[in-house]
Design a binder for this molecule. Structure first.
Ligand code: PMP
Length: 285
């Protein structure tokens, strides 16, 4: 079965789905995106993803091209046409197609909207979670507005590839003060020796992860000790547990950082429990 993409109002086979070469997403990475998990054919945390999309669009001054209701239908229809039960749905909105000038095109230029969906191998993801992943640390060389979910991801791409080249699955990005901001495509967490869960506070230097926000709700509901603050690489080395969160991976235990085992080198109990309980707290629609 050919995969299907939604492109500006039409559902097309992926092989024939095209955007113009003067699309500002292609020319300038002038656009934003969202990735939403699909579980059992339902969308996970759709409302929070759409709220973040609205915020990203607003920050870069693109008007939302369709209502939340219409967008929801397109997301679901793309999932349905691709027969995705467990996987992800991807949405990208750019400032549209116009002659290549840096300044914004005419106000009547319609944004481009692309939606794709694909299945995940749940058994493989589960095996990865049972084993835990390795991360490495790298300098955070990104721009100063990474709270916007922009498609300009070159530093993230390079960091991820460096991680892969060194046998790790994720790169933790470290700011000028030596603190871990987040992963190349995930939020970063540790559990200190005294059992405190720690993650970087919201602001312009991390993406406000939807999975992060749901995990915080779970932590609070369970009365776990939680601190929103930057943690250093040294603190991460000394942590009892570490994990990452993202819509496509949910909660994924980290078992080594820069080649040093975290805790006893096996997935931690808190990370494993958060992963197990996540979907009971998330909104599935
Ligand atoms: N930080 C970055 C840089 C990311 O790319 C992602 C995933 N897109 C996240 C954090 C996690 O966000 P979410 O939980 O909303 O997927």
């Amino acid at each position: 079965m050919s995969r299907i993409a939604y492109v500006n109002g039409r559902y097309l086979p992926l092989s024939g789905a095209k955007v113009a070469i003067e699309d500002r997403g292609f020319q300038f990475a002038d656009g934003v995106y969202e990735v939403c998990e699909v579980r059992g054919g339902r969308l996970v945390d759709e409302r929070r993803h759409v709220a973040r999309l609205d915020r990203s669009l607003n920050e870069i001054r693109i008007a939302r091209p369709m209502s939340a209701a219409a967008l929801s239908i397109v997301l679901r229809e793309t999932v349905r046409r691709n027969r995705v039960r467990d996987g992800i749905v991807y949405l990208q909105i750019t400032r549209g197609v116009a002659r290549r000038d840096f300044s914004f095109p005419q106000a009547n230029t319609p944004p481009s909207v692309v939606v794709t969906a694909r299945s995940n191998d749940l058994a493989r993801l589960e095996r990865m979670a049972e084993e835990g992943i390795a991360v490495i640390t790298l300098p955070d060389i990104r721009w100063q507005r990474v709270d916007i979910k922009s498609v300009a991801l070159l530093p993230n791409v390079l960091a991820k590839q460096t991680a892969r080249d060194r046998g790790a699955r994720e790169a933790w990005l470290v700011d000028a003060q030596g603190r871990v901001t987040e992963g190349a495509s995930s939020n970063a967490w540790i559990v200190s020796r005294d059992g405190t869960l720690i993650t970087h506070p919201l602001g312009r230097d991390i993406l406000p992860g939807v999975t992060r926000s749901v995990v915080i709700d779970v932590i609070k509901a369970q009365g776990l000790v939680f601190e929103e603050r930057g943690f250093s690489v040294e603190e991460a080395y000394a942590a009892r547990e570490a994990f990452v969160t993202s819509a496509s991976q949910i909660v994924l235990p980290v078992v080594s950082i820069d080649g040093r085992p975290v805790g006893n080198g096996a997935p931690g109990l808190i990370a494993t429990a958060l992963r197990r309980d996540y979907h009971a707290h998330a909104e599935l629609t």
